[in-house]
Write a protein that binds this ligand. Structure first.
Ligand code: 13P
Ligand code: SF4
Length: 341
């Protein structure tokens, strides 16, 4: 049996964001606005980060997006500095795609359990053992892992890209998320050999507790991110990336939604549909101790004060070795060039 690369709970940090008063938040937001302007910088934020940071990105001409659109936006924006509020692979992707821009992050400590669970040397050995397979990796990986891939995909486009590879008869080696890989495999029938990593946040969503909650809200639609376990995905009304979840919440006629993804997304869900009700999908069930509880501890490190201080110091810069970055650019570019539906 293949080694399990899920991160043990003991290795998942517990991050408790600082409590900041409304007045201080307003001051920090003003300070960040000023620094962005002074640095010719644009703020590119993920849907899981602090709501104030999401608002700031939108108010200052930046964007709040899923990992695919963050990559595209950063590449296409004329600012000389990109400030990426998310986790490290998002900052690295921005740097790979824009080697001549400076990429800053609130903190370089914001990791991702999928990235950690795919050590480049071991992954390289895996690819060498299966040279006949097309290597497709999720964006939630290090630069070195991307540099070993034929394709990088995000959950917005992974299914369509693998469908097209399968139609050409290509056998696939997939890493690192086992749930997303298995979901795509079931949906496309592709021949996929899967790495065995997992997201510590989505792994926590539990089938039985979700069924129980659905019984309490029989009219609710269930929206799930494909990093969730198969039993959860099987009973969801819609499965999709963060942006696809937001889109579904706007399109579907339901008034109530149970949402199986990081709770940071509720900020945009409520902004888009203030009259609808959004409920968190249950995580570990009765009596369990939960270290992730539907909020990514690394995304939580993107705090207003951390962002303001890092922009003052300008010291959290993402660096990528140019030769390695150039290698990782090719599979990323293939994804960005893949035709829209
Ligand atoms: P999206 O590409 O759907 O934004 O997902 C990124 C991620 O890290 C989900 O956990
Ligand atoms: Fe990684 Fe999961 Fe956090 Fe997304 S939510 S960044 S997949 S650990």
């Amino acid at each position: 049996m293949r080694k399990d690369y899920s991160l043990p709970a003991a290795q998942v940090p517990v991050h408790q964001p600082a409590t900041v008063s409304a007045a201080e938040r307003a001051l920090l937001k003003d300070e960040i606005r000023d620094r962005l302007a002074a640095l010719d910088a644009v703020l590119v934020a993920h849907y899981y980060v602090d709501g104030d940071i999401q608002d700031l990105a939108q108010e200052t001409g930046g964007c709040v997006a899923d990992s695919l659109e963050m990559a595209r936006f950063g590449r296409d924006h004329p600012a000389s500095t990109l400030v990426v509020a998310g986790v490290r692979f998002m900052g690295e992707t921005a740097k790979i795609l824009s080697p001549d821009k400076r990429v800053l992050m609130p903190t370089l400590s914001a990791e991702c359990s999928l990235d950690i669970g795919c050590p480049p040397d071991e992954f390289e050995a895996f690819t060498q053992a299966h040279p006949e397979r097309t290597v497709v990796v999720y964006a939630n990986t290090s630069v070195r892992v991307k540099a070993l891939a034929d394709w990088v995909v995000t959950s917005s486009v992974g299914l369509r890209i693998i469908e097209s590879l399968a139609a050409r008869g290509e056998p696939i080696l997939w890493a690192p998320d086992k749930h997303l890989g298995a979901y795509i495999q079931r949906a496309t029938g592709a021949d996929m050999l899967l790495w065995s990593g997992a997201c510590v946040v989505h792994e926590e969503f539990k089938f039985q507790a979700l069924k129980d909650l659905m019984a309490v809200y029989p009219d609710a639609a269930v929206l799930a991110h494909p990093e969730s376990p198969a039993a959860v995905l099987d009973i969801a009304d819609r499965v999709g990336s963060t942006s696809q979840i937001i889109q579904a919440s706007r399109e579907l006629p339901h008034d109530t939604f149970i949402v199986a993804t990081d709770r940071g997304i509720f900020h945009q869900l409520r902004k888009h549909s203030p009259d609808k009700r959004f409920i968190e999908a249950p995580t570990a069930g009765d009596g369990a101790t939960c270290r992730s509880c539907a909020h990514c501890p690394w995304m939580a490190m993107n705090e207003l004060r951390t962002l303001a201080e890092s922009l003052q110091r300008e010291d959290s810069e993402v660096l990528v070795a140019p030769a390695l970055g150039a290698k990782a650019m090719a599979p990323l570019k293939r994804m960005l060039d893949f035709p829209p539906p």
